[in-house]
Write a protein that binds this ligand. Structure first.
Ligand code: WQD
Length: 340
């Protein structure tokens, strides 16, 4: 059985579908702080299978102890559970350090208590690189001082896992550093469900187009880029989910070259904010209402991945295009608005 923490979240739910379709038994643990049980039904509708589910917070030590006593056949862990809003983390740093780090500490401790030598996949982020010195960004790029408590929890999380592996030869881990996940499963039964006003670009675009938001503000068009707006590596969430399955199978089959491996997961291509808007208008046939506003604090100018390591070692690459991702995001947005 594979334990997926935060498995009802955006990337978690898409990964659970890939695991179930591959034939794995899956146990989802989620505290529903940023999701709902509807996602569990969506997973079942998307793939015809249902994971086991436990509603609990991993930052509660007793809950984690109880979980590991109840489920003795955990053969791997994919750890998504974390708070992930960059802006919110600046205003609530202690909540982010508590939720994101104690959850990791508690289940790593339980793995030691139970003497588990099972593979761990850790959900990390390209934010660990900060403002990159060179592009595209390789896994050897220097880790810069985090620009937010959220990004710092990802850096510290990687260090905690690294130090734990050094002291426990039974453990192996793969760190997956995501670039910008977007889009929805082609079943349109699961997708992105931002709570409140979306922080991220693509859900704000689709919510503007569907009439939930009046206007998209582009945060700055005076950057040193081809059109003045920031560049990012937008990867379809299904491509991202498939990489988790491959990484888990790599560790389960002991094909990893080191006990601690890091992979960038992106498309390897960068697109500007204006290019994403134009792509949306092309795939939707709609004119988006947007304007230019001031820069957003903490934004890096450009970040896109060098994905050659994942291509070569995982035999994985992103196959879905920006058009595919934007079209699925738009179809998903329309579906959830008509169902509400
Ligand atoms: C993308 C671009 C904005 C909203 C996020 C997470 C980060 C990581 C990667 C998980 C930027 C611009 C946005 C808007 C805009 N994910 N924008 N108007 O900041 O690259 O990083 O994904 O680990 O943690 O924060 O993504 O979608 O917020 O912004 O102009 O209303 O869109 O300035 O250039 P970001 P984003």
């Amino acid at each position: 059985m594979i334990l997926v923490t935060g498995g009802l979240g955006y990337i978690g739910s898409h990964t659970v579908v890939e695991l179930l379709e591959e034939g794995f038994e899956v146990l989802v643990v989620d505290d529903l702080s940023n999701s709902s049980l509807d996602v569990l039904k969506g997973i079942e509708r998307a793939c015809g299978k249902r994971p086991l589910f436990e509603c609990l917070s991993l930052s509660n030590r007793i809950s984690v102890k109880t979980l590991f006593h109840k489920y003795l056949d955990i053969q791997g862990i994919i750890h998504f559970a974390a708070s992930k809003a960059v802006g919110e983390s600046v205003s609530k740093p202690l909540a982010y350090y508590d939720n994101n780090l104690t959850s990791l500490l508690f289940f790593l401790q339980e793995m030691e208590v139970h003497n588990l030598s099972i593979p761990l996949i850790f959900s990390s982020s390209c934010t660990v690189y900060g403002e990159p010195d060179t592009l595209p960004i390789t896994e050897q790029a220097p880790i810069k001082k985090a620009t937010s408590p959220y990004g710092n929890t990802k850096q510290i999380g990687e260090e905690i896992i690294w130090d734990t592996l050094k002291s426990n030869e039974k453990l192996s881990a793969i760190i997956l550093r995501y670039f910008n996940p977007i889009g929805a499963h082609d079943s349109l039964e699961i997708g992105e469900l931002p709570i409140g006003i979306p922080q991220n670009l693509v859900p704000f675009i689709t919510q503007t187009a569907v009439g939930l938001r009046d206007k998209l503000i582009v945060f700055g068009d005076d950057y040193p880029t081809r059109d003045g707006t920031c560049i990012r590596d937008y990867i379809h969430v299904v491509d991202l989910a498939k990489a988790h399955l491959i990484a888990l199978q790599r560790l389960m089959a002991h094909k990893n070259e080191d006990r601690y491996e890091v992979f960038n997961l992106g498309t390897g291509k960068g697109n500007s904010v204006l290019e994403v808007i134009k792509c949306f208008e092309r795939v939707s046939g709609m004119k988006l209402n947007y304007g230019i506003g001031p820069r957003r604090e903490g934004d890096v100018v450009a970040a896109y991945a060098d994905v050659s390591k994942a291509n070569e070692l995982l035999k994985w690459n992103a196959i879905l295009s920006l058009d595919d991702a934007m079209a699925s995001a738009w179809e998903w947005e329309q579906k959830i608005r008509t169902n509400n």
